[in-house]
Write a protein that binds this ligand. Structure first.
Ligand code: PEP
Ligand code: MG
Length: 902
């Protein structure tokens, strides 16, 4: 038996009882209908059945106790208010039954209109409509059609087919040419279809129609398309939908009736004004179905000035009330305006910034709230060049959108060819199975990079993001044949020199050239567009909101940059230092030979000769970076990747040696190299001899780097600049590793720095789970921690960062194991917990410990909020993401302000 509590639980709210803040309970539509009702706007009367009722129904498969009685009571009061009864044969009340979840899920769930019509009340409806029989029968056939399809799963095509038949019989293609008799005949045909598919007659009892329609709306929460949509939009699966039961008003009662949709500002550009469409003598579904062409809303002024003026006044009132762009749906029934829906309108990224700025000017919101109303994903969108996809471009493949942007160019398959063609002024796209450090020059020369393997943290992806270059990785439908200089895709062959276009945001690949538009916002960040002089409302709005974000944020933002050029760009974009300077690329190119010699060295002397040759080269690298970052901290990470990455691949070398031996050539050097490659081969190089382990095993390697850093800092300081180096040791798992490196480093630093005034900090990356868990001990030997969340995610989950995203993450996303790759956005519960523990225990051991993050997550909007909440001092990310991180750090700081931004 039901308890008193469940019987008393309130499941139904009259519109007059709700308000806009009750979205959890009443859904977006119900909450806003209630709000408009309470504002005194003309909303047809109705009530909302709560999401809790839906949750209870979905959990138990039946309506919760008390619901039926509450619906009855609200229906009676609705009938009293309207002076009409549901099913009345003379003057019937009709209602619509509409879904409405907390978050808008357009078109995902069900709606049934005209509930309450039956064989008897259809006559009463005709009388009500001034003898308009056509209208009454058309409404009835619409009910059977919608009810059959959504409530009883009758195939929609059968109704469509019968409608086509009726039109054919009348010799027309237009619904409006069907008269009352035609529609009466169509109702008969529809009823037969209903009977055939359901085994029962169309229900004549209005209350049964209502109950079944409500149940169908509840169930539509779990319809396949709704489930998929939620997963994609990351809407929780257990919210349920509310159901709105609203008195019907009709826009199809003649030329003085109609229906429309409107925005209070232009949702595309944010421009002020009235934007909308109107369709006379029609119901909302006709607009959606596109049966007839709508006219611009301004036309309504001519058709029905009184309604138009009233609508404009209401729109202004709604904007003032919601303090935001609203979108609305309305119906005019014989000259009387009714508001059917309003909500905060969706808008483009550009409009979001422009409108936020306008609302500040209008005094409706303050700058904190303006900041809250935009986000980093929108800013990122505005920073990338975009394709103008207004023509017929069909993608031929889809990979991972690894580094956003849009790029077109001639296909090349090698770094050398990319450089060659680029030097001739050609735009090129470098296509590889996967890239490696040797491709760097080609990547720099190319407009974009396309690979058939690898995910968002593959080499191609990370490097491309670092350069702000468009990249699509893991497009596995593409079969790349480098020696033959071609790839095949979707049955077509693309040769070197053919043009392709890649969209690094969507991961789509197109054949041929798709036109590209550059970004004004980037010109502003680069300092080539003055916001005060720009006549672009967007640039002004971005400038204003960014200025506020910078003032509000507590997190500093640094950049990951390895060259003077990157450092300079990062600084222009607002970076407050370098959080990660990876030193490995400094060992490539013509220095590769030195690294080979280092690896092959047999004696201490041989080794120290090589290191002595590397020292000045490294020092020059650092001088350049310190100069660009004058006065700002620069975290230089000692070499991290396994050394065999600098050697030729084993297979290739083995073949070369065998062939040379066959020819009787002198291969002593190559044989030694081959032996070294074999000796250094690792099954799991990511877990092998890399990072601090290398420094401990190869004498003098780290020492050379430390000396180069210290000498460079001294030189820049002596020139009158200010270098603030921070030496970072990678892959530390135990404090003893760090202590050993540190002891040697301190000696060198003391010797080099002397009385120059240069101060060098020594710290570590926290990227091995053990380091996070022993952070208290490690902090004793570290002046700063920088979280390497790429490796921390790799080792925390046991996911190889180069393989898993392309290989099986699709399945994990499909199963909802995670909503987004943990390499992209920090896994707060697991990897994030390691960060939190390390931050807390590190600070407990050393209160002045500086904390930052330099993994890819440092530029991810969601993750920035997490790092703010953990209390880090800075995030570091690729130069192009610096503005996004600045914005999100500002948003995190004002997060408590404002409403739901979804
Ligand atoms: C990391 O692991 O997060 C990191 C920044 O280092 P890398 O990506 O170079 O391994
Ligand atoms: Mg790492």
């Amino acid at each position: 038996m039901a308890t008193q509590e469940t019987v008393d639980h309130k499941y139904v709210y009259d519109f007059a009882e709700g308000n806009k803040d009750l979205k959890d309970l009443l859904g977006g539509k119900g909450a806003n209908l209630a709000e408009m009702t309470n504002l005194g706007l003309p909303v047809p009367p109705g009530f909302t059945i709560t999401t809790e009722a839906c949750q209870a129904y979905l959990a138990t498969g039946r309506e919760p106790d008390g619901l039926a009685g509450q619906i009855e009571a609200h229906l009676e009061s609705l009938e009293r208010g309207m002076g009409r009864r549901l099913g009345d044969p003379h003057d019937p009340l009709l209602v619509s039954v509409r879904s409405g979840a907390k978050f808008s899920m357009p078109g995902m769930m069900e709606t049934v209109l005209n509930v309450g019509l039956n064989d008897r009340s259809v006559v009463g409806l005709a009388a009500q409509a001034g003898g308009n029989e056509r209208f009454a029968w058309d409404s009835y056939r619409r009910l059977i059609q919608m009810f059959g399809k959504t409530v009883c799963e009758v195939p929609g095509e059968e109704f469509e087919h019968a409608l086509d038949e009726a039109k054919r019989a009348r010799g027309t293609t237009n619904d409006l040419d069907l008269d009352a008799d035609d529609l009466r005949g169509l109702v008969d045909a529809y009823k037969k279809i209903f009977l055939k598919h359901t085994g029962r007659d169309f229900p004549q009892e209005p209350r049964e129609q209502l109950d079944l329609a409500i149940r169908a709306v509840f169930e539509s929460w779990n319809a396949e398309r709704a489930v998929l949509y939620r997963r994609q939009e990351r809407i929780p699966a257990d919210l349920g939908t509310a159901v709105n039961v609203v008195a019907m008003v009709f826009g199809n009662l003649g030329p003085d009736s109609g229906t429309g949709v409107a925005f209070t500002r232009d949702p595309a550009s944010g421009a002020q004004g009235i934007y909308g469409d109107y369709l006379a003598n029609a119901q909302g579904e006709d607009v959606v179905a596109g049966i007839r062409n709508t006219v611009p809303l301004q036309e309504l002024e001519r058709l029905d000035k009184r309604s138009y003026d009233e609508l404009l006044a209401i729109m202004a009132r709604l904007e003032g009330h919601y303090r935001d762009l609203c979108d609305i749906e309305f119906t005019i029934e014989r000259g009387k305006l009714w508001m059917l829906q309003t909500r905060i309108g969706k808008r483009t990224a550009a409009a979001a910034f422009v409108i936020a700025g306008q609302l500040v000017d209008e005094g409706l919101i303050d700058l904190d709230e303006a900041l809250h109303r935009v986000n980093g994903a929108q800013l990122a969108q505005l920073m990338f060049p975009r394709f103008q996809l207004d023509h017929d471009f069909e993608p031929v493949a889809k990979g991972v959108g690894a580094s956003p942007g849009a790029a077109s160019g001639k296909v090349v398959f090698t770094s050398a060819r990319a450089v060659e063609l680029a030097a001739e002024g050609e735009a090129v796209i470098l296509v590889r199975r996967e890239t490696n450090p040797d491709d760097l020059n080609g990547m720099i020369a190319a407009q974009g990079i396309l690979t058939s393997r690898g995910g968002k943290t593959s080499h191609a992806a990370v490097v491309a993001r670092g350069m702000g270059k468009t990249c699509v990785s893991g497009a596995d439908e593409i079969d790349v044949n480098v020696p033959a200089k071609r790839f095949s895709v979707a049955g077509q062959t693309v040769n070197e020199g053919d043009v392709v276009s890649i969209d690094g945001t969507t991961g789509k690949v197109y054949l041929g050239e798709v036109p590209v538009m550059p970004s004004e916002v980037v010109r502003y960040f680069e300092g080539t567009l003055d916001p005060d002089e720009a006549d672009d409302a967007l640039v002004k709005a971005v400038h204003r909101i960014m200025t506020h974000a910078d003032a509000a944020r507590r997190l500093a933002v640094r950049a990951n940059a390895d060259t003077g050029e990157d450092a300079a760009r990062a600084r222009r974009f607002g970076a407050q230092g370098i959080g990660l300077c990876r030193t490995e690329h400094m060992f490539l190119g013509d220095r590769r030979e030195l690294v080979e010699r280092l690896i092959l060295a047999r004696t201490d002397t041989e080794r120290s000769d090589v290191l002595a040759a590397l020292l000045p080269l490294q020092r020059d690298d650092f001088v350049e970076i310190f100069r660009e970052m004058d006065g700002l901290p620069v975290t230089v990470r000692l070499i991290d990747p396994p050394l065999h990455e600098f050697l030729p691949p084993l297979e290739q070398l083995a073949v070369d040696v065998a062939v040379a031996q066959e020819r009787g050539e002198d291969v002593a050097k190559e044989e030694a190299l081959l032996a070294a490659v074999r000796r250094m081969h690792e099954e799991n190089p990511m877990l092998g001899l890399r990072g601090v382990r290398l420094g401990l095993v190869i004498p003098g390697l780290f020492a050379m780097q430390v000396r180069a850093i210290a000498e460079a800092a001294v030189r820049v300081t002596r020139e009158g600049g200010s270098a603030c180096p921070e030496i970072m040791v990678p892959l530390v798992g135990a404090v003893q590793e760090l202590e050993t490196v540190r002891a040697e480093a301190e000696k060198i630093i003391a010797e080099v720095v002397g009385d120059s005034g240069v101060e060098v900090l020594i710290g570590t990356m926290i990227e091995v789970p053990r380091a996070a868990l022993t952070a208290g001990q490690i902090a004793e030997a570290a002046q700063f921690f920088s979280f390497g969340t790429n490796d921390l995610t790799q080792m925390g989950w046991g996911f190889s960062r180069d393989d898993v995203e392309g290989a099986f993450f699709w399945r994990y996303l499909e199963l909802g194991i995670f909503g987004i790759s943990p390499f992209e956005s920090i896994d707060r519960d697991g990897v994030g917990r390691l960060v939190r523990i390390a931050a807390e225990e590190g600070r407990a051991a050393r209160p002045e410990l500086k904390l930052g993050v330099c993994g890819e997550h440092g530029g991810d909007p969601e993750s920035v909020h997490f790092f703010h909440s953990v209390g880090l001092d800075y995030v570091s990310c690729s130069p192009f993401r610096v503005p996004v991180a600045r914005l999100e750090a500002g948003r995190a700081a004002v997060e408590t302000v404002g409403s739901d931004s979804r």
